[in-house]
Design a protein around this ligand. Sequence first.
Ligand SMILES: *Cc1c(COP(=O)(O)O)cnc(C)c1O
Length: 234
Amino acid sequence: MNTSHLAENYRAVVDRIRAAERHANREVGSVNLVAVGKLHPAKSIRTLAECGQRIFAENFVQEAISKQQVLSDLNIEWHFIGTIQSNKTKDIAKHFSWVHSVDRYKIARRLNDQRSDDLPPLNICIQTNLQGETTKSGVSGEELLPLLDDIASLPRVRARGLMIIPEPVNVADEQREVFARLREWLGHAVERGHPLDTLSMGMTADMEVAIEQGATHVRIGTALFGPRPDKKRA
Ligand SMILES: *Cc1c(COP(=O)(O)O)cnc(C)c1O
């Protein structure tokens, strides 16, 4: 995609977020745009960074590290949002500021153990699966609070909030219901003493509803970069 098209998309997405914040009577600027660059080239990320975007997310560790090398002159905050295999935690702990997709204690512990003392604690979100989908990773509501209790004793990771990738539905009421449930679970966690402040929810198709329901981070790929190329050709 060419530079001016990307810049236009960026403006349009920022405008959608600001409009949704106003519509929900939320403070303008309270929602963070996380630009999801998976399978898109580093030069597209550079273009958005030059437009003023600072937070970028990636799903695949090797792809992310190669982009980070090419873009090391830019002041980017890198977030990891992909499925985490145990043998990748070392690279994730080294190369990212945030991880949105932690879904078990073993992964949190490995990230904690492998996070260097020279870096600030790694910010993590717990990926939840409140719809009981067997094909998706994520913890259920019942598993969430004990997991947060265990993670609280790990000094090199800091639990910041909850993340969800809902089952795709086109009906706003159904989107709303899942996001509202995630917000309720955040409330339960806070009541139990976990100082969480992050709701990572909302993608291209449902960002407005997510913002209405309290999203602090929306993860947007397609609306910024266009359709993703096939993984094998990327
Ligand atoms: C790819 C991806 C996104 C972005 O999705 P779009 O629909 O392209 O905006 C958001 N979150 C996660 C976890 C993803 O893997």
